[in-house]
Design a protein around this ligand. Structure first.
Ligand code: C5J
Length: 235
């Protein structure tokens, strides 16, 4: 059985109120699900972080991505990282944290946050298809110094479902950047993760506060069932 391309008006339960979107004009943007952030033995864990806090997002992201792909909708992936010569790495970012090992240095999975290195790449569970744009971003926000806005505009995208890691850093920064550019963002809480439970909670609260000042919060099951309601068998 195959599914028809979904288009039309959908709505789902969200906070602070119902999220309404046309899937044909909505992109799933998966932020920085990179090996160095998520995998045991990667840079994130080397810094003392509990990667299980991020790994719990893999399965819900897999299910949402599968449903989104089955509906024939737009998927975008992002990766945080820098050119091998580090010319796009602000000196302030290089030295921030005063760590012994920082961006560009040799890490457990190659040079840390450098494009082309194993740790910089996306985890196999969510690996992009050749047809899915991958945005290589030097900053926390996916719009800064990238062509993401152009790609979305050319595809007629107005709504974003934003998932990935980390909730309070790259997800929040991207949602704020998107909001300022006129996109309506929905964040499924089970598909975003933080190493710090208190930041996970605060990061989600900040998005939906004050009547959805940056966007909406819901969960992946509600998005998937909204898509299922719309798609119908063709054979
Ligand atoms: C992301 C970070 N992706 N926490 N990066 O959130 O440095």
């Amino acid at each position: 059985m195959t599914t028809k391309h979904t288009s039309g008006h959908l709505s789902l339960d969200a906070e602070p109120y119902t999220y309404e979107f046309d899937p044909a004009h909505t992109a799933l943007v998966i932020i920085d699900m990179q090996r160095d952030f998520l995998e045991p033995g990667g840079f994130g864990e080397m810094l003392g972080n509990d990667v299980s806090q991020l790994r719990r997002t893999i399965e819900p992201n897999k299910l949402l991505l599968a449903a989104w792909r089955a509906a024939g909708l737009q998927v975008i992936h992002t990766r945080e990282g820098h050119r091998p010569d580090l010319t796009d790495l602000p000196p302030a970012k290089k030295v921030r944290g005063r760590g012994a090992t920082t961006i560009g240095d040799a890490g457990p999975m190659g040079r840390i946050l450098v494009r082309g290195e194993a740790g910089h790449d996306i985890i196999p569970e969510l690996y992009p298809l050749p047809s899915e744009p991958v945005i290589d971003k030097p900053g926390k926000g996916a719009f800064y110094a990238t062509d993401l806005h152009s790609i979305l505009q050319h595809a007629g995208i107005k709504h974003l479902i934003v998932t990935g890691v980390t909730t309070e850093v790259c997800v929040n920064t991207t949602v704020r950047e998107a909001n300022d550019r006129g996109y309506d963002c929905l964040v499924p809480e089970d598909c975003v993760g933080s190493y710090f439970p208190e930041f996970q909670e605060a990061g989600l609260k900040m998005i939906k506060a004050q009547g959805g000042i940056f966007g909406w919060v819901s969960d992946s099951a509600k998005i998937i069932s909204a898509l299922e309601a719309l798609s119908s068998p063709t054979t």
